[in-house]
Design a protein around this ligand. Structure first.
Ligand SMILES: Cc1cc2nc3c(=O)[nH]c(=O)nc-3n(C[C@H](O)[C@H](O)[C@H](O)COP(=O)(O)O)c2cc1C
Length: 206
């Protein structure tokens, strides 16, 4: 019998810097027992290779295997979808619901989501999340921000999406890059209502 996982969470990695955030988020969701649906843009593959040295396979089935190996996922816990897999559950509002996180989120994908472009599965899945009023979290990493970026963020925030910039704090005295990455991943998990032990909540004992 197939293993039962907690409800699926969709994670899209796009070509902004900060691939570590998305990869760590997948690990944390796997550790929390969730099924994880993953999409990786072409530019994200390049950023992942540049930032982590990992050459992840492009084909969805192979990508799922590679991500499962990295994260210790059980068989079937991670599913990956191709750029134009319009039959994927995330492509339609009648598919099984899932919260969606675009992490990291390029300004290109941010703009496509704000304008409803839906030219690839990541953009379409975000469009579906907005129209179905599902949780949608975008984690942009860009600086400085132009008025175009800011206007798109405001549009999306007004539509109910959460704009969660990849801007880690330093008040927890991070000792490593992992601490900085976990700061952001913890914020994403908080937004999703998923328990974690990555770092204590403000006001809680460490
Ligand atoms: C190493 C590298 C780092 C990049 N960093 C950023 C970034 O931090 N923010 C951003 O918006 N785009 C960044 N880009 C540019 C995007 O990858 C590019 O605009 C791409 O078209 C985004 O496509 P996607 O949204 O389909 O992933 C970066 C590209 C590379 C190769």
């Amino acid at each position: 019998m197939a293993e039962a996982f907690s409800p699926p969470v969709t994670v899209a990695l796009t070509g902004a810097s900060g691939a570590q955030y998305g990869l760590r988020l997948i690990e944390a969701l796997v550790a929390a027992g969730h099924e994880v649906w993953v999409m990786v843009s072409k530019a994200a593959h390049l950023v992942i290779a540049t930032e982590t040295g990992a050459e992840l396979p492009a084909r969805p089935a192979r990508l799922a295997e590679a991500l499962a190996e990295r994260s210790g996922a059980a068989p079937g816990q991670i599913r990956c979808f191709a750029r134009e897999d319009w039959m994927a559950p995330v492509a339609s509002g009648s598919g099984a619901p899932s919260a969606m996180v675009i992490c990291p989120c390029s300004t290109g994908t941010l703009s496509a989501v704000a304008t409803g472009a839906s030219n690839n599965l990541i953009e379409r899945a975000a469009d579906v999340a907005l129209k179905e009023r599902r949780r949608l979290i975008l984690v942009p990493r860009e600086t400085p921000l132009s008025a175009i970026h800011l206007e798109h963020m405001l549009t999306l925030s007004r539509l109910g999406a959460v704009i969660l910039p990849a801007a880690p704090g330093f008040y927890h005295q991070p000792a490593s890059i992992d601490d900085l990455v976990d700061f952001i991943v913890a914020r994403i998990l908080n937004q999703l209502g998923i328990e974690h032990r990555l770092m204590p909540r403000w006001g809680e004992a460490p």
